[in-house]
Design a protein around this ligand. Structure first.
Ligand SMILES: N[C@@H](CCC[C@H](N)C(=O)O)C(=O)O
Length: 266
């Protein structure tokens, strides 16, 4: 089976396009096998993209985290899938369905944009102590569960230790959450670190996390309700901006996508 190893702003995936239908394939198990860093291809997730129709351009995209759990939304996986559909079929604009939600996608020369739907926002969802300081987390549903803490310095935080603690917080069980630490970084700019559920580690970037960060930072008055640059661990920032037609409900997230290598699975 042919695969692409891609990353969206540092969030990396094994991407399978139109794998032949195989009822016996255990995709969660395949995700664990292929995503293993030493004995697999190595990735944050496995993405399966299937062409539904060419006119209009529609794809069905499924994303499994590296632990085999299903991701209901993955902005960077959608962006990688859109890039591949552009390469394979020439689509510049398309619809991507993930977990029953329709996302718009636009591919340009240097960036790929997808939409994310913003759901429930709960201010002050939980509190924990970070470096001796009581810190609040707001939650924002951006297709999947995210909490965001606004902090002074993201570099001063042990994102893995604190992220894991909050991810497993009893108040958020049984679903748990992705955990974002966000800092103001000048006019319309943020710095972010994300601990991802399902990868159970800090990742270099997270599309739905960047959207959650921009939405919470807007609510907290750190940025205005327009385009926000979100600087991540990869040094490949994502931009989040409100959708013109549905500014309160839908955000665009865009940035670079890299096709690292292609191969054949043994
Ligand atoms: N990295 C993703 C989010 C992936 C899903 C997440 N780990 C979850 O299970 O909620 C993104 O780019 O949005």
């Amino acid at each position: 089976m042919r695969f692409r190893k891609m990353h969206g702003a540092g969030n990396d995936f094994v991407l399978l396009c139109d794998p032949s239908p195989d009822d016996d394939m255990d995709w969660p198990k395949e995700a664990e096998r292929l995503c293993a860093r030493r004995i697999g291809v190595g990735a944050d997730g496995l993405v399966i993209s299937r062409l539904v129709s060419k006119d209009p351009a529609v794809l069905e995209v499924t994303c499994f985290n590296s632990d085999g759990s299903l991701a209901t939304m993955c902005g960077n996986a959608l962006r990688c899938s859109a890039w591949a559909a552009h390469r394979d079929h020439g689509f510049q604009q398309m619809s991507l369905r993930m977990a029953g939600v329709e996302h718009e996608a636009v591919v340009s020369d240097d960036s790929v944009w997808v939409t994310a739907e913003v759901g429930e926002i709960l201010p002050r969802r939980l509190q924990t102590t970070i470096n001796g300081r009581p810190t609040w987390f707001d939650s924002a549903h951006t297709g999947t569960e995210h909490v965001v803490a606004i902090v002074d310095d993201v570099e001063a935080i042990d994102a893995v230790i604190v992220g894991r603690l909050v991810r497993h917080h009893a108040g958020l069980a049984p679903l748990g959450t992705n955990v974002n630490f966000v800092q103001s970084a000048g006019s319309q700019a943020l710095k972010i670190r994300t601990y991802e559920r399902g990868v159970e580690a800090e990742t270099l970037s997270c599309g739905s996390g960047a959207v959650a960060a921009a939405v919470i930072a807007t609510m907290r008055g750190l940025v205005a309700r327009r385009a926000v640059t979100v600087h991540n661990r990869a040094g490949e920032p994502l931009t989040v901006r409100p959708h013109d037609a549905r500014p309160n409900r839908t955000q665009w997230v865009g940035g670079p996508v890299t096709n690292t290598f292609e191969g054949v699975l043994a």
